[in-house]
Design a protein around this ligand. Structure first.
Ligand SMILES: *[C@@H]1O[C@H](CO)[C@@H](O)[C@H](O)[C@H]1NC(C)=O
Ligand SMILES: *[C@@H]1O[C@H](CO)[C@@H](O)[C@H](O)[C@H]1NC(C)=O
Ligand SMILES: *[C@@H]1O[C@H](CO)[C@@H](O)[C@H](O)[C@H]1NC(C)=O
Ligand SMILES: *[C@@H]1O[C@H](CO)[C@@H](O)[C@H](O)[C@H]1NC(C)=O
Ligand SMILES: [Zn+2]
Length: 496
């Protein structure tokens, strides 16, 4: 996954230490010197090197998902061999069961000593999006380390999580660790193209076994550092929901004609007016309830005057903050359903008026709205019966997982983040703009949390979301179209 926005117990806390350790290998120029070393001192020099080499080796296997039908299955099979080689203890521990699901996905069942405790799942995915040939500082599957950074597809999305989870478990097992609470590790192989043969099959298997989960932890949000100019300290965002999506085809059929005697209105003119109305009329600003408001309130005291006063008094300043959020295209995408015109097709000949014009609109649905509500709004905005609506594919936003004091998964995550990253004062709920494998686990739990313990700074963000944005957008659109069965977003990119 996943786009901006933006994993409990002694055992998981230790797991996350491992996660943090590998993330550090990505390094941080400039701020690095001010920070505590991320690889805890209990690890030897050899272990540090081994962890980094393990990640580099994972990046070097080109587990690309080109489309739902076209995966590099050679690489996926090779990846299965690779984790067996790098994490031998995980594969040879009596209380861990390993299963291959959907030919290339992996499910590990780690049996805890206390069967009364409800298990949880840690998710990560093996596949990456395709890498265009051009525009890379270093080759995308090199896993090269340069200036303290490891480069390549999957360094942030999502082999970092995958390797860290297995690495942490391997190191703990060597120290004779036995968890009290059982847990699963589920590694999907087709997240980037829907998760239907990976995550969905694993989820179905767990459902068939009657499993109920305490919570799920997946990729999705980060520790955000320097995103707000006035916010001195980094804060962690744990996504508790995901936006929904619709791919909508608009079509206008008129009679064909010759350009020498044109009718008053043409299919192209009617459709152009309709899409223009959609673009000019933003969907309603939904800022007010939900995770974003909670997050801003929690962050309030981190801001200097007057922002702290404003955010502490949203009952009064809500309209102001709501307008400010609209100004920037990223924060705007957090407060409303976005409408993106992605394709427009009509005409084949310079002097023929085409009978049919078609456009495709990609909506990303705010968690407070549904597919049906957005379609109704869009129809009202278009307000022209000659424009036919064809929904190519659509899904509702994910339900909002609890983040209150009683929410076990969320609270464990919060405590763990704060103990591993002492400089992080605030852990706030957020909404994921992209989509993840976790949506296949809805039947198993109400607590789905998306968090990747990686520092993200605006310059990394630009690296991910601007330098490669055009190639990436082009790829994801063609992927969405070839795959009218899901999957938007989920940017992968060269790690900074
Ligand atoms: C698929 O992966 C193998 C290595 O596992 C690699 O040699 C091959 O070039 C890859 N194919 C494509 C089309 O990327
Ligand atoms: C798994 O592999 C078998 C044999 O190659 C194939 O028939 C089957 O479709 C594959 N299943 C999935 C989910 O890819
Ligand atoms: C509009 O034109 C397309 C392409 O020719 C055709 O498939 C579709 O059935 C037409 N729809 C209507 C309502 O005439
Ligand atoms: C959830 O459970 C319902 C009822 O058993 C089933 O129809 C549905 O397919 C399940 N959804 C997923 C995503 O597993
Ligand atoms: Zn991902």
């Amino acid at each position: 996954m996943a786009r901006p926005a933006v994993c409990l117990l002694a055992s998981l806390s230790a797991l996350l230490l491992g996660v943090a350790a590998v993330s550090r290998s990505k390094g941080r120029q400039g701020t690095e010197s001010q920070r505590e070393p991320r690889i805890p001192s209990q690890f030897s020099q050899e272990q540090r090197i081994a962890m980094k080499e393990a990640l580099k080796g994972a990046i070097q296997i080109p587990t690309v998902s080109f489309s739902p039908e076209e995966l590099n299955t050679t690489a996926l099979a090779e990846f299965g061999e690779y984790i067996r080689k790098v994490f031998p203890t995980v594969f040879h521990t009596s209380f861990i069961q390993h299963e291959v699901v959907g030919n290339y996905s992996h499910l590990f069942t780690i049996k805890g000593s206390d069967p009364r405790m409800q298990p949880y799942v840690l998710l990560a995915h093996i596949d990456v999006v395709p890498a265009p040939d051009k525009g890379w500082d270093v080759p995308p599957f090199s896993g090269l380390e340069r200036d303290g950074f490891i480069y390549g597809r999957g360094t942030l999305d999502n082999k970092n999580s995958l390797m860290a989870i297995l690495q942490a478990l391997e190191l703990l097992l060597i120290k004779n660790y036995i968890p009290r609470r059982s847990f699963f590790i589920a590694l999907g192989h087709d997240e980037e193209v829907s998760g239907i043969n990976g995550a969905q099959k694993i989820s179905a298997l767990l459902q068939a076994r009657g499993v109920q989960l305490a919570f799920v932890v997946d990729e999705g949000s980060f520790i955000l550092d320097g995103f707000f100019p006035n916010l001195k300290k980094p804060f962690a965002m744990v996504s508790v929901s995901e936006k929904g999506a619709i791919n909508l085809k608009l079509q206008v059929n008129m009679t064909s004609g010759h350009s020498s005697a044109p009718p008053k209105e043409t299919s192209i003119g009617i459709l152009a007016a309709a899409v223009s109305r959609l673009e000019q009329t933003p969907m309603p600003n939904m800022f007010g309830g939900g995770p974003l408001r909670v997050a801003l309130e929690q962050l309030a005291n981190e801001f200097p005057f007057p922002a702290n006063i404003v955010l502490n008094n949203l009952w009064l300043f809500r309209p102001l903050v709501s307008r400010l959020m609209e100004r920037n295209y990223i924060t705007n995408s957090l407060v409303r359903t976005t409408v993106a015109l992605t394709m427009f097709n009509a005409g084949v000949k310079v002097n023929v008026i085409p009978p049919v014009a078609e456009a495709i609109i990609n909506f990303r649905i705010h968690p407070a709205q549904t597919v049906q509500e957005v379609l109704k709004l869009a129809k009202d905005i278009v307000a022209d019966d000659r424009v036919q609506f064809h929904v190519l594919d659509a899904f509702d936003p994910m339900p909002i997982s609890p983040s209150d004091d009683q929410a076990l998964g969320y609270q464990l995550l919060r405590q763990t983040i704060q103990s591993v990253f002492p400089e992080v004062n605030v852990v706030a709920p957020g909404t994921c703009i992209g989509n993840t494998d976790s949506r296949h686990y809805l039947n198993l739990t109400t607590g789905i949390y998306r968090f990747n313990p990686v520092y993200l700074q605006p310059q990394d963000f630009r690296r991910i979301f601007q330098a490669r944005i055009l190639e990436w957008v082009a790829k994801s659109i063609s992927r969405d179209l070839r795959n009218p069965g899901i999957k938007p977003a989920s940017a992968s990119a060269p790690a900074s």
